[in-house]
Design a binder for this molecule. Structure first.
Ligand SMILES: *Cc1c(COP(=O)(O)O)cnc(C)c1O
Length: 383
């Protein structure tokens, strides 16, 4: 079955540039010199993007973002450690669950989903609980798009001699992160968010100090970040079959990110986000106040119309008629739904979104009827 490209307004996977997509048509050998060079390129560009040369190393891991997070937790948190997970959304919850599944004695503190984590509350917790060894949190909680204060939290952890493991899945590439300014221990991102690559690989960015520390607790082969790192350092090779096509596309995507720059990419997403706010304004409003909104995705509420998952299912199905794809799940706590601002979004899609919202919320079915009657015609013709 072949499908036309969806107009993706999801916070990953996202619309690729033609250039990046084109890289996936080349078959190369996974242990060949050519692929080793591409892998090294990918690792070097990411180290440079975080200003981490000489102090950090990037270890690509097979699998999506969650695989990278679980690998980092499995490799850098021992069962005897006492990690604290600070939670204000589903990805924070996921880190907690991963540690619990590993039998680690983990503690957590939970903040409201529509507020950033409070540095003063974390400070108080660390003061009262000197046994805490690691602090785990999400930089940009994609649940609502709230951005957490990276630098103050990392500085606080450092002051207490606590290691930091950060989920920067949806911030890396669009929000500037400099290891010179923010001396995190481990930060994880993935190929299919603001790097604008295809899904399939995650990147663990770890300090050389963490990588060089000896551990006895490792009980997994595939999740072993140090072992993968040793393999890259010794032979330039992945331990087991890598996603060769995805890595080639990532190399191109990272080249493009370097040219555009993280700041400008953030600005581009911000303008998409603000255009979405404008396009949906009469019917839906942003969950978060402007100060704490990240540029990467937007959580909207429409309290009179979108109350349940069923309501969102109806809106989703309606938008699909326009070839528009938003995130499918309602966040039940805040009754918000998400629209992604990342990837190669054409501003015409936002205009289309405006029309689709008008049609849905005003129950003026004219355009919709026309579209359903002409499914095979391209959406552009309607515009
Ligand atoms: C997308 C995302 C993840 C999970 O990534 P998967 O590739 O779906 O496993 C984790 N954390 C955050 C903050 C994310 O945005």
């Amino acid at each position: 079955m072949t499908v036309p490209h969806h107009f993706l307004l999801t916070p990953g996977p996202l619309t690729l540039s033609d250039e990046v997509r084109a890289q996936m048509q080349y078959d190369v050998g996974s242990r060949d010199a050519c692929f080793k060079t591409i892998t090294a390129q990918v690792r070097n560009i990411i180290v440079d993007l975080v200003d981490g040369r000489d102090a950090y190393s990037v270890i690509p891991m097979q699998g999506g973002g969650s695989y990278g997070i679980e690998a980092a937790l499995a490799s850098f948190v021992a069962p005897s450690d006492r990690p604290l997970v600070c939670i204000n959304g589903i990805y924070g919850e996921r880190m907690l669950k991963m540690l619990q599944l590993r039998g680690v004695h983990v503690v957590s503190m939970t903040a409201p989903c529509d507020e950033p984590l409070s540095t003063s509350k974390i400070a108080e917790y660390l003061r009262r609980n000197p046994a805490v060894t690691h602090l785990c949190f999400v930089h940009c909680e994609t649940t609502t798009g709230v951005i957490n204060p990276l630098r103050p939290i990392v500085e606080l952890a450092k002051k207490h001699g606590v290691r930091t493991i950060i989920d920067a899945m949806s911030s890396f590439g669009a929000v500037e992160i400099s290891a010179k300014q923010v001396q995190f221990d481990v930060l994880v991102t993935s190929s299919n968010k603001c790097i604008e690559g295809p899904p399939g690989v995650s990147f663990v960015i770890a300090s050389l100090e963490m990588l060089n520390s000896r551990v006895k607790h490792m009980n997994s082969f595939v999740l072993d970040v140090r072992d993968q790192w040793n393999s890259f350092e010794k032979s330039g090779e992945w331990r087991s079959t890598p996603p060769t096509h995805v890595i080639q596309a990532c190399a191109k995507a990272l080249e493009r990110l370097t040219i555009e720059g993280v700041f400008r990419r953030g600005e581009r997403y911000r303008s998409v986000r603000d255009a979405i706010i404008g396009a949906t304004a009469p019917y839906a409003s942003p969950l978060l106040n402007a100060k704490i909104r990240s540029p990467v995705c937007l959580a909207l509420t429409a309290p009179n119309v979108i109350r349940t998952q069923k309501d969102l299912d109806a809106l989703y199905a309606h938008l699909v008629d326009y070839n528009l794809y938003i995130y499918t799940k309602l966040h039940s706590q805040t009754r918000s739904f998400r629209i992604g601002c990342m990837g190669r979004i054409d501003l015409m899609w936002i205009r289309l979104l405006e029309i689709a919202f008008q049609d849905f919320f005003d129950a003026n079915r004219g355009v919709r009827k026309y579209l359903s009657a002409s499914k095979n015609r391209s959406v552009e013709k309607v515009l």
